[in-house]
Design a protein around this ligand. Structure first.
Ligand code: SAH
Length: 362
């Protein structure tokens, strides 16, 4: 059976020719009627994937304390924007707010803003944040000015589109998605446009034929946009995602449907599409603009620096021995190198403060 989004894509390709990976990803995830993020809750056991805040309350609590710590150190501005990009079910924000309820003046000063495209997830976020009055946006440009911004984003950047190029005996070519009746959807190659050619650094010249290089103008644009707002309005932003420190090649385009990896060209609009975030590229782009950058640091080290083990001990005392196993398991899942501890990385940006402040955990 052909899915509705596949029908639309087949017609689009027949009319306009093959589409690049970024176009395909954006189309499959955000098509207003049939896109992946349109009408479902992809998170949790019944969905497609599980994220750190859904594993344990400790994750959101630690990030809440990170925000409150920075807020106090920059002089407890009132009001300030507490922003989350891609808040999922609102779990991280709810845990962060609960963990900070005793920080004097913090809740009164925090104006909660959420960047979210999914109507289904907005409903969940509203329910998770009862008693608060969040403001939703589809883009950063609608955020108010005139006050500092402290932002959090977990597994948000990986959902933004990226492009791929492949080394061939004739040089680098862009990977695109084509369709015909005999093969269905398939990958093809086309000459690189000017923008992509500019991104091929000289160290890639040694890459063997078949190598794939990925880059994401959308992720770089998003973090740079937010960094510029933070630089002009004050505050800081923290991004956590799975990824690498860059410089290399490799195909990290992945599709997940009901907790299983599937072919990226299968189930268009029904599977979550992501790729690993190139933290090295993000760092480079930010530094080139004079933005103070911290990290990337492995998630495990970051959470331990923030005191997650002390929090786990505290929860253990409060919940009794019957919860000990699951608490240990959750802590291990978030921090161990064999789990999320190393693959997931944390990067932060801040305004340049003359006192030389460094955000907690770095
Ligand atoms: N941060 C959450 C959810 C991660 S899933 C957690 O850790 O559990 C990615 C989130 O980003 C979802 O809420 C999704 O709807 C949102 N999202 C994806 N692409 C987006 C875009 N282009 N603009 C705004 N939100 C987006």
């Amino acid at each position: 059976m052909t899915l509705p989004l596949e029908e639309i894509l087949i017609r689009h390709i027949a009319r306009n020719g093959p589409v690049d990976v970024g176009w395909f990803m954006n189309f499959a995830l955000t098509h207003p009627e049939h896109g992946y993020y349109g009408h479902r809750d992809p998170l949790g056991r019944g969905g497609d994937f599980v994220t750190a805040p859904e594993i344990s309350q400790m994750f959101g609590e630690m990030l809440g304390l990170w925000v409150a710590d920075w807020w106090m150190r920059i002089g407890a501005p009132d009001p300030f924007i507490l922003l989350e990009c891609g808040p999922g079910r609102g779990t991280l924000m709810a845990d962060a707010l609960r963990a900070t309820r005793h920080v004097s003046g913090f809740h009164a000063a925090a104006k909660i803003h959420l960047l979210e495209i999914s109507p289904a997830l907005r409903v969940k976020q509203k329910a998770a944040l009862l008693g608060f009055s969040p403001c939703w946006h589809e883009g950063l440009e609608m955020l108010p000015g005139g006050m500092p911004i402290i932002a959090l984003a977990n597994e948000f950047l990986d959902a933004l589109p990226f492009r791929q190029v492949q080394k061939t005996p004739e040089g680098w070519q862009e990977r695109v998605i084509n369709h015909d009746a005999a093969h269905g959807f398939f990958f093809a190659l086309r000459p690189c446009d000017f923008e992509i050619s500019q991104r091929l650094s000289p160290d890639l010249a040694q890459a063997p034929v078949g190598s794939i290089f990925e880059y994401s103008p959308a992720r770089e644009g998003c973090i740079l946009n937010l960094a510029r707002r933070v630089m002009s309005q004050g505050g800081a932003a923290l991004f956590i995602d799975y990824g690498h420190e860059g410089g290399g090649t490799g195909d990290t385009f992945q599709a997940v449907h009901v907790h299983r990896f599937c072919d990226v060209l299968e189930k268009v609009g029904e599977a979550d599409l992501t790729s690993h975030v190139d933290f090295g590229a993000l760092r480079k782009v930010l530094l080139a603009q004079g933005v103070p950058v911290y990290g990337p640091l492995p998630q495990g080290a970051f959470l331990k620096n923030l005191g997650i083990e002390v929090r786990a001990q505290d929860l253990l005392r409060k919940n009794g021995p019957e919860k000990a196993d699951s608490l240990q398991k959750d802590l291990h899942r978030l921090c161990a190198s064999s789990e999320m501890g190393t693959l997931f990385k944390v990067i932060a940006v801040s305004r340049f403060y003359e006192t030389g402040l460094i955000p907690a955990g770095f």
